[in-house]
Design a protein around this ligand. Structure first.
Ligand code: HAM
Length: 439
């Protein structure tokens, strides 16, 4: 069994990783609530068509990276490679156009892409995403971008993040641009591989997403989408920049950034870790003003983004940002003999109900082994009971740091522990209160 591994590109979330995940989620929930976003979850799988129609057949995500399967009735389904399509489907299915607008939703969900695993790139990963429907003002774009930046800043990554922005116009205004782009690449066909040649035919915009070195250089020389914008898009872009300035957010205008999904219109943006660049963008998004209509609804402007949780946590770890550790063991209960075990079951629950984190060894280990375990779990105190203590109504309290122990009356133990561990309990309660009020 020793070579049994999790599937390629997937990983287990171990307890210490969960502490990071919980911490990041807490910050996200706090900031989302502050700005009126409410949580939604959509199924892990959807009809395959939901993604092909929205993300676009010739994108990498759809053409190469989807996990598709048929159920027993032959329905074509896919594990969700991204979150926007499912949320738009839910928006339509639940008649959210009749809710007060804008409708502001967020999700923290696993997603699946059959990508080539490498640093920051997995086959199962988690995204925090936000989607806002029913508002098209550039001030909304600025606020949505700010929310993404704010969470990264709260996590201690603000200094390391660079914001990249662009405007890619509408499907209509892009027509001329795409013709120009085609002409540009037609003259360079000898550099294109088979896949890129196919893209040139079907969806030339996607040539700009290529990660191939030669293609990245070509993209820099290619015509710029911003030179083909309508007056309305130009105005939107100019205002967005003014609003970002007003919020004090620095940005880089990146005219080759078109994002890898077909549904975008107008504003697009990414947040990069300065040391890693586009390759490992921590967050990406943009407007998708045509998507709701394309999926069968009314014309509805919309904007959103998604952040890669694993990438963010990895960056935190690299920068030695530590997530709070809340799993301290306060008390370890050691017992020997049947009556002591019975008594410790009661005591365990009493102590836990008082708010302490308590563990106990219920196996038959010797007292020495059990005290050794208390040490391994870094408990602050060990409480020790044998048959004699139970008979005499006593209990032994061992301060694990000092290695000192005293014997006291059993019925005084709760108040004693409250006294000696009072500070720990206050801290726990304050944390819990902060969780309730902030999260
Ligand atoms: P995306 O750029 O494909 O956009 O993904 C958003 C973020 O998810 C990326 O910036 C990255 O941090 C993370 N990510 C993507 N693929 C992987 C992977 N294989 N392994 C680890 N992390 C990954 C979207 O998905 C759009 N739905 C965002 C959006 C929402 N646009 C509008 N609303």
């Amino acid at each position: 069994m020793s070579d049994i591994q999790s599937p390629k590109g997937t990983h287990d979330i171990l307890p210490r990783d969960h502490e990071y995940l919980t911490y990041v989620k807490k910050i996200i929930r706090h900031r989302c609530r502050q700005s009126g976003f409410r949580r939604i979850s959509t199924p892990i799988f959807e009809q395959e068509e939901i993604f092909t129609r929205s993300v676009g057949e010739s994108t990498d995500i759809i053409s190469k990276e989807m996990y598709t399967f048929q159920d027993k009735k032959g329905r074509k389904l896919a594990l969700k490679p991204e979150g926007t399509a499912g949320v738009v489907r839910a928006y339509l299915q639940h008649g959210m156009s009749s809710w007060p607008q804008p409708v502001q939703l967020y999700y923290i969900e696993p997603h699946f892409r059959y990508d080539r695993p490498q640093k920051g790139r997995f086959r199962q990963f988690h995204q925090w995403g936000v989607e806002l429907f029913g508002a098209d003002d550039p001030a909304i774009d600025a606020q949505v971008i700010y929310l993404g930046w704010q969470v990264l800043n709260d996590l201690g990554l603000g200094e390391d993040i660079s914001l990249q922005i662009n405007n890619i116009g509408t499907a209509e205004t892009r027509k001329d641009y795409i013709e120009e782009l085609k002409n540009f690449y037609l003259g360079k066909q000898h550099i294109l591989n088979e896949e890129d040649k196919k893209r040139l035919k079907e969806n030339p915009l996607r040539l700009l997403d290529s990660k191939d070195e030669d293609m990245v250089i070509l993209a820099q020389l290619a015509p710029k989408v911003t030179d083909y914008l309508s007056d309305k898009d130009k105005d939107h872009y100019e205002k967005l920049k003014e609003f970002l300035d007003a919020l004090g957010l620095e940005y880089t205008e990146n005219s080759t950034m078109v994002r890898g999904l077909d549904y975008y219109t107008s504003t697009v943006f990414e947040l990069w870790d300065k040391s890693e660049g586009q390759q490992n963008a921590v967050l990406g998004g943009g407007r998708y003003d045509d998507l709701v209509k394309l999926m069968g609804g009314q014309e509805t402007p919309a904007i959103g983004f998604a952040m890669g949780m694993e990438r963010v946590i990895n960056n935190m770890k690299e920068k030695k940002i530590v997530a709070p550790y809340r799993d301290n063991v306060h008390i370890f209960l050691c017992q020997l003999g049947f009556n002591a075990k019975k008594k410790s079951l009661e005591l365990l629950e009493e102590l836990r109900n008082e708010g302490f984190h308590v563990m106990g060894a219920m196996g038959e280990g010797s007292m020495r082994t059990q005290v050794g375990l208390a040490d391994k779990f870094k408990a602050k105190y060990a409480l020790i009971m044998g048959e004699i203590e139970v008979k005499d109504g006593l209990i032994i309290v061992r301060n694990m740091d000092k290695g000192e122990q005293t014997t006291m009356k059993y019925d005084k133990i709760i108040s004693h522990m409250k006294k000696v561990l009072g500070k720990e309990l206050d801290k726990l309660r304050a944390d819990e209160k902060a969780d309730d009020s902030n999260v």
